[in-house]
Write a protein that binds this ligand. Structure first.
Ligand code: GBH
Length: 487
């Protein structure tokens, strides 16, 4: 099937070295959970309980990309991308995860073969060490990131990766969205390892404390890995390592002082919680005040370790919310609201208009102007080059439309185009170096199972996982091809 696309000229030019491509994560696409000696991860355990996903399905098969990597890379090449952001499965490389556990040569050989194939096709590997699929053995041994024991094991895993892949990787990402891993996995319990104070959800957990401890240990791990990378001789010219933080923009609901403060608290807790220690050292004063006494404390040595540990600002950004104080007192069980700054998010202005058109999932609406404000805010606060490591949306009804209508994803085209245009508009004032869309393929969307399709490539789950480019893939190939200057 050929899809006709009309691509108006881009609003301006991006530099020739601007990186463009798509992202995925190991557990969301690989499948083959037992291939080549892979160990179990917490996402195997979590998603094999049908109660944990929307369609009752796990990532056991996913898009079968572990086996089909050659086909996937060929398709990506046809899209004209210059980079691919993927993650490594820790339990393929060290099946039991820990520093005294054996390394798995077959897992290493696989990823080397895969990265070499990317490079042979002119695609720059952008490699994430940890996109949530912790080896189950470490969760069992000491409760994973709830324990400080994780730090040495994570550093050891990173060292094995640097020793084996650094010649092929110029762009390393330590952790994907520490805030989301901490909160979804240890406050709400809707993602692995599924811990929460709510005993209907989990037999163990403490939603008010564990996310803070997990967040702290993620930051300390990141700092220790960055130190190893820099002092261990891995940071060669042209190579970079950073962390990726998920930040939405919070716009005050109205112009009352109360809403302005609420929005400041929201931005503080949702982004500064991680960004401030990494770029400035220590938690910010506002974060300390908003979260309160339960927030762990860094020693002076730890502040030095974590400070300035990321070579760039890795940003996953999806949407914008209107922020106000909650109408009623926050109850003890609604801890998530506290971790968002004691605020309430809404998408409806006081006059009843909505912030953006409804998408295929309730939490994501296109609000390109919010992205623009966020880019300015992050550059002003942290002064770092920004790499957009995820950005994407689901079209309304995309979960239920049949093939081939489902390929006509004009809603996604507008979203991508409007978001890229913000980067172009700011090109002389905010240094954005990469734009990586989520996602290359429809895939296992965590707690949504296969019901939520974020891909620019349609995957037919009923017919041998065949891949079909959506209209957005074709559009973006032409749009970005024109927007990025020729070298
Ligand atoms: C990213 O997180 C992830 O990095 C990626 O793996 C994922 O596939 C992609 O988003 C698309 O979701 O269900 O109302 O509780 C983005 C941040 C935080 C957005 C958790 C969804 C759950 C909202 N995500 N959030 S809700």
């Amino acid at each position: 099937m050929t899809i006709a696309v009309q691509v108006p000229p881009p609003a301006g030019q991006l530099p020739a070295d601007f990186l463009w491509g798509y992202a995925t994560a190991a557990y969301q696409i690989e499948g083959s959970p037992e291939a080549d000696g892979r160990g179990l991860s917490i996402w195997d355990t979590f998603s094999r309980d049908p109660a944990h996903t929307e369609d009752g399905k796990s990532g056991d098969i996913a898009t079968d990309s572990y086996a089909r990597y050659e086909e996937d890379i060929a398709l990506m090449k046809s899209y004209g991308v210059t980079a691919y952001r993927f993650s490594l499965s820790w339990s393929r490389i060290i099946p039991l995860g820990g520093k005294n556990d054996p390394v798995n040569p077959a897992g290493i050989a696989y990823y080397r073969k895969f990265m070499k194939a990317l490079i042979a096709n002119g695609i720059e590997p952008m490699c994430t060490l940890f996109h949530w699929d912790l080896p189950q053995a470490l969760q069992d041994r000491y409760t994973g990131f709830c324990s400080r024991d994780i730090i040495e094991d994570f550093v050891n895993y990173a060292k094995v990766c640097f020793d084996n892949f650094n010649d092929l990787v110029n762009l390393w990402i330590t952790i994907n969205e520490p805030n989301v891993y901490a909160l979804m996995g240890h406050c709400l319990g809707t993602q692995a390892p599924g811990r929460s104070s709510d005993r209907k959800i989990s037999p163990e957990g403490d939603s008010s404390l564990e996310p803070l401890i997990v967040g702290h240990n993620l930051l300390l791990s990141h700092g220790a890995i960055a130190k190893l990378y820099r002092e261990g001789g891995y940071k060669l010219p042209g190579k970079k390592l950073g962390i990726v933080i998920n930040v939405n923009w919070g716009e005050p609901y109205d112009d009352t002082e109360e809403s302005l403060e609420a929005a400041a608290d929201f931005m503080s807790v949702t982004s500064e919680w991680y960004a401030h220690p990494v770029y400035c050292g220590d938690y910010s004063e506002r974060t300390k005040r908003v979260i309160g006494a339960n927030l762990p404390k860094f020693t002076p040595e730890e502040i030095e370790l974590v400070k300035d540990s990321s070579d760039f600002f890795g940003l996953n950004h999806y949407t914008t919310y209107l922020i106000r104080r909650p109408s009623s007192e926050i109850s003890g069980s609604n801890m998530l609201m506290r971790f968002m700054g004691n605020v309430e998010t809404t998408v409806t202005y006081p006059d009843g208009t909505e912030i953006g058109p409804k998408a295929g999932l309730s939490w994501v609406r296109p609000v390109p102007w919010g992205f623009k404000k966020l880019l300015k805010y992050l550059y002003k606060n942290y002064g770092k080059d920004i790499y957009i490591t995820e950005n994407g949306v689901i079209c309304p009804n995309e979960g239920s439309l049949p093939y081939p209508e489902i390929l006509e994803d004009d809603y996604r085209i507008s979203y991508f185009r409007d978001y890229v245009d913000q980067i172009i508009a700011l090109k002389d004032s905010v240094p954005v170096k990469a734009y990586i869309g989520w996602s290359f393929l429809d895939n296992f969307e965590w707690q949504e199972g296969y019901t939520a399709r974020f891909g620019v490539t349609y995957v037919d789950y009923e017919d041998n996982l065949k891949r079909y480019p959506k209209k957005s893939a074709i559009y973006m190939t032409e749009y970005m091809g024109k927007a990025i200057a020729k070298a």
